[in-house]
Each structure stands twice: as structure tokens, then as C-alpha cells.
Design a protein around this ligand. Sequence first.
Ligand code: NAD
Length: 419
Amino acid sequence: MSGDEANPFESLQEQIDDAAAYLDVRDDVIDRLKHPERVLELNLSVDMDDGSLGRFTAFRSEFNGDRGPYKGGIRYHPGVTRDEVKALSGWMVYKCAVVDIPYGGGKGGIVIDPSDYSEAEIERVTRSFAEELRPFIGEDTDIPAPDVNTGQREMNWIKDTYETLENTTEPGVVTGKSLEAGGSEGRVEATGRSTMLTAREAFDYLGKEMDGASVAVQGYGNAGHIAAYLIEDLGANIVAVSDSSGAVYAEDGLDARDVKAYKNETGSVTGYPDADEEFANEGLLTLDVDLLVPAALENAIDGDLAPDVEADVIVEAANGPLTPDADDILTDADVHVFPDILANAGGVTVSYFEWVQNRQRFYWTEERVNEELERHIVSAFDDLTTCYEERDVPNFRTAAYVVAIQRVVDAFSDNGNWP
Ligand code: NAD
């Protein structure tokens, strides 16, 4: 996060205030919901391959546990900050509440560019973090998962470190593991799948046709590329995609799976031979498309860029891709934004299914996972649109927060406060 960018933690707090205006909840209770319960800050000392000692700053924020154990991913990125982790942990609280799964919210991160380190170094960094997290995590307390630049490999290492130190088997201590380590069918696709389901429901709700719709996807990692090919499977044209190297465009549509195969081979989407054009990645965000899917990092669209956005509908696969002032501008311009806490909730929803399967030692088919996911996302979408219509809120994000905050407040009121 550079100095002049919106602070994501302030964005989260503003989103909560916007929704609180439509809720009959005391200010002091809302204030409690705007701050994390606990933030752990660490400096990990790790042996490097060349014999030197590496120092890595790491965070874990446990935002709110009123509805269940803290739940949320771990990000490896040089731009990780304490405020970013706090914001991401808060978004997890409201995401779990909006899809009505029994979790609170947490998030972690390490300030590291993993591409600068060997696999053995990343394993030592991960195990060192897991060792420090051990007193705080557990299947009933705080359950990490993957996020940007982490995946099954890191989750397997965290599980193994935890289980070794605790002398137990507790696969539900983390989710997003490989199948062999206790992962769930359907987990890898889950975030892209909920983005697709949200886009499908949104187009249906707005009376728009998905068949032949033009779609641009910013960010071509786990969330972005899977959302792209599942939306393509609905008959849409993926006209543009981007990653940190830049954007590629084809008027008649790119082949979403083939672009990913090309990126796997070359490391980037740029240079893709069947594209008509290439441009800098900001250009993708202002294309005149039916659907824009930001799937990279937060603050992709700010108040300066928002007036140039020409998409009709935005479905947020990334967390926090729009700043609050961008949100206001897009609301005034009648651009329908379907928020991250619904659209990318597939990841945490299938994490919940993974955790349920781990606890029961009974594993589901991919078909069952996808059916249950669809049921949760469609039901959450209906709750959100009902709130949008009944409470006369300005946009779908506020509707999602109104639904989610009410659920957290209800849990807090029912539990009572320990003085
Ligand atoms: P990833 O690391 O797999 O992919 C990120 C992609 O964004 C990469 O292709 C990268 O090149 C690209 N990117 C980075 N900066 C960019 C820029 N300025 N312009 C265009 N592209 C850029 O990460 P991911 O897991 O796909 O996560 C992406 C977003 O989705 C994050 O906000 C994350 O928090 C959110 N998310 C992911 C999951 C999940 O299960 N993976 C779940 C919920 C939310």
C-alpha cells in the first residue's frame, strides 16, 4: 500500500458506518465491530540458504469471534501492512456472516516476496510462523487458510507443524489443504465459483443476458482465472484479462483456459498470441464491458479512476478492490457493484465444508460440495437483494453489510458481554 492509497482499514470502518446508518444498533456496539479484538505482530528469524539470518515481519489479526472461531487466510506479499491485515480480518467477519457460516473473522500476512526465496526458505518461514501461531490457532479457536501467494503447500506445512508440536491429528486447524492432507474437493475452484454464481444471479436479477456478455477480469491468479472460465462457460465473452505484467484484449473473446495455460508456461498473460491488443493493466478497468471482475488486490479502483469506469456491473472477486469514494461515484453513476463479501465468499464457504469433513472424518464428492456452495451463495444473494429492496439502501454493498452486521450483533446480544 503506497502512501497516497486509501487505507483499507479506514475503508472497512467507513463501510461499517455506512451500513450502521440503516440499522437500529447502539453506537458503542457498532464501535466494537470496527476494531479487531487482538492483533499479533511478529518478527520471524529464519535461517537462509546462504547461512545468513532472515527477518520477516508477520501479523495475525483476530477481528471478531461472536459467531464462531476466527477464520481467514494468510497472505505473503511485500505490501502486507498491519492495517491491511486488520481490514482483511474484518472483511472476513462480515463475509462469514453474509453467507451465514458459523465463523468469526481473522487474517494473517507476512511481509515477503516469495519469488525472492527458495522453496526450502519459504517452508522454514511458514513453519516458523506456524510455530508462533500455535498458541492461538486450533480448529475451535482460529483457522487459517490460503490467500495471495499461499496455497495448499503452505497450508500442509502449517498443519504438519501444528500437529507435530501438539502431538495430535487435527486437520481442521487449517483449510485449503491438498486432498491427501485432508483438503476438500472443490476448494481450489470455490472462490472463482462463487464469483461466477454471484455474476449469474446478478445478471438474472438485473434482467441482463449473460450469453454473449462482454467481460473483463483484472488479475489472473486463483480467483480471477477460475471466475473467468466459469463465466465463459455461461456463454459470456472474456474480452480482456490482466495480471501484474499488463492486459490482453480480444474483441471476439479470449479462451480463458488457454490464456491460463499460456500464463503457466510463460509466467504472464502478456504476449498471448491470440490477443488483438495489449495495454497497461489500468486500461482494463475502464473498458466498456457488461461485466468487470476485479480479482487482483485492494484499491484497484479509486476515486480518480471511478469516473472513467464504463462497466455496467462489477462483481468483486478481490477483497476491497474499490475505495469508498469510488463506491460513491459508481453508485451515483448507476453501476451495480456486487461486493467482495458475497462474491468471493466461496473460498471460505468451502473451507467451512472442509472443516466439517475434517471433524467428521467423512468426505464429500465434488458434486455435493458444489451443490452446497451454490445453495449458500444463492440464498445469501436473495437475503442481500431482499434487504436492498426493503431497507432502501443505496447499493448492494451496504445491503450486504446491513445483513451481516445484524447477524453479528444478534450473536453478540445473545451471548452477552463478559465484563
Ligand atoms: P493470486 O496471487 O493467485 O493472484 C493474484 C493475481 O493478481 C496475479 O495474477 C497477479 O499477477 C495479479 N495482479 C497483481 N497486481 C495486479 C495489478 N495491478 N493489475 C492486474 N493484475 C494484478 O491471488 P488470489 O488468491 O487469486 O487472490 C486475488 C484476490 O482474491 C485477493 O484480493 C484475495 O484476497 C482475494 N480472494 C482470494 C481467495 C482465494 O481462495 N484464492 C478467496 C477470497 C478472496
